[in-house]
Write a protein that binds this ligand. Sequence first.
Ligand code: CO
Length: 135
Amino acid sequence: MKIKRIAHLGIAVKDLDPPKKLYTEILGLELGGEEVVEAQKVKVSFIKVGESSLELLLPTQPDSAVAKFLENKGEGFHHLALEVEDIHAAVAELKAAGVRLIDETPREGAHGALVAFLHPKATFGLLVELCQYPD
Ligand code: CO
C-alpha cells in the first residue's frame, strides 16, 4: 500500500474549547474546521500542524467509543491516522496479511474521508486509522 503522510493525531478531550484555545492562542496554530461525525458519535475539531493535524475528539453520546476511552484512560492521545492512496486496496492487503482490523470495510469519517481502524492488538497497542480523502 502507499501511505502518503500522517494525516492527524487524534486526541480525546472532555471539552473542545480549552485545547482549542491552547493550540491556537498560545501555540499559534490554525483551526482546520469542525464537524460532527454521526457514525462515530463524536464532534471533531482540527488544528493544522504543517501537512498534518491534531484531531480533537469530543464524544456526543455516552455510548461513543471515545466516551468509553475517556472513562477508562482520561484525556489524551487516542489514535494515529495515516493517509493512504487507496483505502480499499490497503484494507484488502492487510486482510490478506492476516492483520486484525476493527473495520473490515472502510466507513465514513470526518472531512468526507473513508476510514478504517486497525485493531490495537495488531499494532502493539497503538490505535491506527487509515484514511483516504476524496480527490
Ligand atoms: Co481520526
